[in-house]
Design a protein around this ligand. Structure first.
Ligand code: HEC
Length: 182
């Protein structure tokens, strides 16, 4: 009943399945976020309500809004709005040029990694413990323990970051404009 032909096609189908599984594993390769406080992994997951941009960032470590907003000042206003609405401006100033919190638009980074999307996201998501002497910033991401208020989702943080990059007034080095998926 099971001729050689049937066996061969079964084998072929199984091979396709294995190939498919391998591919989908690669496509789901996640950005390995770590806390700025102690380098421990950050448990931030893709959720059903995440935007395509948030999903893309959590897979690649690249913030799609960075390049989008660089070309579209009108779209970038969504990030500025959240920066004010979420209270970031209270410590960093309405234009992010610093108050009791540091300026976020010059080339003096509290942690060197803030010139990458991944690094800046990690600091906003889980805050810092102040080892650089600039004070402590608390946790913001809604999925992390101890977050401030209701917390922010991945997309809101990415929009704010996209706007912050458009406000940058430091030296000409802007590595965030040509980041590659990790
Ligand atoms: C209560 C005050 C306070 C609020 C509110 C606040 N921050 Fe901060 N933020 C700080 C302090 C203090 C630091 C410096 C932390 C350090 O050096 O460890 C900091 C650091 C940062 C940095 C790194 C800056 C650099 O130059 O490297 C970024 C980015 C940042 N904050 C973004 C945000 C965003 C986005 C929000 C709103 C969601 C926000 N902050 C709200 C106090 C605050």
């Amino acid at each position: 009943m099971f001729g050689n032909k049937a066996l061969k096609s079964t084998l072929f189908v199984s091979m396709l399945t294995i190939a498919g599984l391998t591919l989908s594993f690669q496509a789901n390769a996640a950005c390995k976020l770590v806390s700025t406080k102690d380098n421990s992994p950050l448990a931030i997951k893709v959720t059903d309500k995440d935007t395509p941009e948030a999903k893309q960032f959590l897979e690649t470590c690249v913030n799609p809004y960075t390049k989008l907003y660089a070309k579209d000042a009108e779209a970038a206003k969504a990030g500025k709005k959240q920066f004010g609405f979420q209270g970031c401006s209270g410590c960093h100033g309405g234009n992010a040029n610093g108050l009791m919190g540091p300026s976020i638009i010059d080339e003096h980074w509290q942690y060197a990694k803030h010139n990458t999307d991944k690094g800046m996201f990690e600091t906003i998501a889980d805050g810092t413990n102040g080892t650089e002497g600039g004070g402590v910033m608390f946790t913001w991401h809604e999925q992390l323990p101890g977050h401030t208020g209701d917390g922010l989702d991945t997309d809101t943080i990415l929009k704010i970051m996209g706007w912050l990059r458009t406000q940058y007034k430091g030296n000409d080095d802007k590595p965030w404009l040509d980041e590659k998926p990790q």
